[in-house]
Write a protein that binds this ligand. Structure first.
Ligand SMILES: [Zn+2]
Length: 459
């Protein structure tokens, strides 16, 4: 009888805490959808500040703005963490055309890849060799590559449901294409934009020359998907046509910038840290509304939503707005370096850097035990149509925090439209839907709430 009574008490208390969690999560969602701040913040970041490439005035203004807004939330602590970042500038708008016979040209849309060198003053003019990727390039005779422009034209795979997987399958040609083609004596590189849609917008992104000597560093640019197809078709008709492009981009000396950090100090375990973040920098073509203005404002709103919903965290919750994810990851590395040097015990980190679209769930980088514990929370998310709970990657900026204990997670929004905007001039405020953005913020705040309440130890 006594035993039965005990079992009953345990069941009732589990039931009460589950009900309590459901109520708190409901408060978080209601608050985000009726009284959210994320959209208003994004409007300012996107339309009043605009692009935020590392080292630019926009990035500097974004640091000042988000710091002031976090200070306005009445957090326990808000501060800037200095970090040296690379400064690359695009220069004048790029110019490119296909020349089918002397004087007969068709202009095409390109943009320099981030980190690329400029072309010589008179531009680069050469015949083109089209390849499907670095692997194919390496099978081609050197004399066919020397003096040519290498055109990497492998499209993103359309039948992959997770478009990030399709991106991952193509990003090497953008990132390392110029390094590999430079080694083989090419004079320039043109890469098909990493975009699943056929349109006229070139998509930039980071690239590397590795430790290639300066003399072998060749300019590289992305071409819109429509113009990639056009170039490919024209090459099939006449492989001797020439391509011309000119760009004036430059890599300057590193400059000082900042990660922006705000904290609610935990009431019971102040020395256990939970991080939620996105990256404050963006590329320069659009205004970085999806990448990653959305993640920035959602992360800021997580702390506000917890406060507004009357939740007093047991553990210290930090919002970290990382600088320089796009072309260096210096902010993410700096944050982890300082956390390590101070011996701070980070137990959970959540990143939003996959666009401000309808949230589907999360991807977790953690042990099997913790993952099973997380699966026990799935039902709490059901009313909000959040169903994706899988093990996998988390996010670039929180990656450096990885150790054998911390749980890392990434918000997984619907990814079907992300690459229409990613790193292109189309990534602007009007491409973000208010409710989708707010649902994302609430979904993140709910998971942070659960990790704060239950910690990461397996039960
Ligand atoms: Zn991003």
């Amino acid at each position: 009888m006594k035993h039965l009574f005990l079992v009953l008490i345990i069941f009732i208390s589990i039931d009460i805490s589950a009900q309590n969690d459901a109520n708190n999560i409901k408060k978080i969602y209601s608050n985000s959808l009726t009284n959210g701040k994320s959209y208003e913040w994004l409007e300012h970041l996107s339309n009043k500040i605009g692009a935020r490439l590392s080292g630019s005035l926009g990035a500097e203004r974004a640091v000042a703005y988000t710091r002031a807004e976090l200070e306005g939330l009445g957090l326990d602590k808000v501060w800037l963490q200095p970090v040296m970042v690379p400064k690359w500038v695009r220069g004048l708008p790029e110019l490119a055309y296909i020349e089918t016979m002397p004087g007969k040209t068709t202009q095409v849309n390109i943009c320099a890849l981030g980190g690329s060198v400029e072309t010589p003053n008179g531009g680069v003019r050469a015949q083109v060799i089209e390849v499907s990727g670095i692997e194919e390039l390496k099978t081609i005779r050197l004399d066919r590559i020397k003096g040519k422009i290498v055109f990497f034209n492998r499209p993103m795979q359309a039948d992959l449901i997770d478009t990030f997987e399709a991106y991952g399958g193509c990003a090497d040609q953008r990132y390392a294409g110029a390094m590999e083609a430079g080694k083989l004596g090419a004079v320039g590189v043109i890469v098909r934009s990493l975009n699943l849609r056929m349109d006229d917008y070139p998509h930039t992104g980071s690239m590397t020359y590795g430790d290639l000597p300066v003399s072998q560093r060749i300019p590289s640019a992305a071409i819109s998907t429509n113009h990639a197809d056009l170039l490919s078709t024209m090459l099939a008709l006449d492989p001797t046509i020439t391509f011309f492009f000119k760009q004036t981009c430059k890599q300057l000396a590193d400059v000082e910038s900042y990660n922006v950090i705000g904290q609610i100090t935990g009431s019971q375990f102040p020395d256990e840290y939970i991080v939620v973040g996105g990256h404050l920098d963006s590329w320069d073509l659009g205004d970085g509304s999806h990448d990653d203005g959305a993640g920035v404002v959602q992360s800021m709103d997580v702390l506000r939503l917890l406060k507004e919903s009357g939740i007093k965290p047991k553990r210290s919750i930090r919002v970290v707005l990382f600088m320089n994810e796009e072309n260096g990851l210096r902010g993410g590395k700096k944050y982890a370096e300082i956390a390590k040097s101070k011996n701070e015990n980070h137990i959970f980190a959540l990143e939003s850097d996959s666009g401000g679209f309808t949230p589907r769930g999360f991807s977790f980088d953690c042990s099997e035990d913790v993952f099973n514990k997380v699966l026990g929370w799935k039902d709490l998310f059901k009313p909000y149509l959040i169903h994706y709970f899988e093990q996998g990657g988390s996010g670039a900026d929180i990656g450096p925090l990885k150790n054998d204990r911390i749980v890392l997670a990434g918000l997984k929004p619907d990814s079907q439209r992300y690459f229409d905007y990613h790193h292109a001039s189309t990534d602007v405020f009007s491409a973000v839907n208010k409710r989708e953005l707010e649902l994302g913020a609430a979904t993140m705040a709910s998971l942070v709430y659960l990790f704060d309440t239950y910690g990461i130890d397996a039960e």
